[in-house]
Design a protein around this ligand. Structure first.
Ligand SMILES: [Ca+2]
Length: 148
């Protein structure tokens, strides 16, 4: 019998401004995804980046965390890539793949269960979300992976 391996992608997008243009070292305008996958799926994580105003280089990092109901959230995996973008260059960077092992639930009484996997994005050590128009601490607003 053939076994199907499900590959799904969480795509995050960021615009990186050169230090000369930005008041803060990096400004971000991000559109992100919310996806639902079968338990145990491999989820590929991509970040689409664009350099605006000049060359941008540095370390891009995505941390995948588990949102734990009631109890403190947990780090799950993190991926790091060094990027070097020419002015206006757009690149979709494959960061890595994680396994969405836990069955997630929206039940607010399921203390200790996983509500969702969610990403945090960093550039040169600086957190570059909140994403435009998105509250990163709101579980239904931010990008997430939920399982069924
Ligand atoms: Ca939580």
């Amino acid at each position: 019998m053939k076994k199907m391996v499900v590959w799904l992608a969480l795509l995050l997008m960021a615009v990186l401004l050169t230090p000369a243009l930005a008041k803060a070292p990096v400004k971000v305008d991000v559109y992100a995804s919310q996806i639902y996958v079968p338990v145990g799926s491999n989820v590929k994580v991509y970040v689409k980046v664009q350099a605006v105003g000049g060359e941008v280089s540095g370390q891009l990092m995505v941390k995948i965390r588990k949102d734990i109901i009631v109890l403190p959230d947990q780090d799950y995996v993190s991926f790091t890539k060094y990027i070097n973008l020419a002015p206006n260059q757009v690149e979709t960077v494959y960061m890595g793949t994680f396994v969405a092992k836990d069955k997630t639930t929206d039940d607010p009484w399921a203390v200790g269960s996983v509500r969702e996997y969610f990403p945090e994005v960093y550039f040169n050590g600086q957190r570059i979300d909140p994403f435009a128009g998105i509250n990163p601490s709101n579980p239904s607003d931010r990008p997430f992976v939920k399982t069924y």
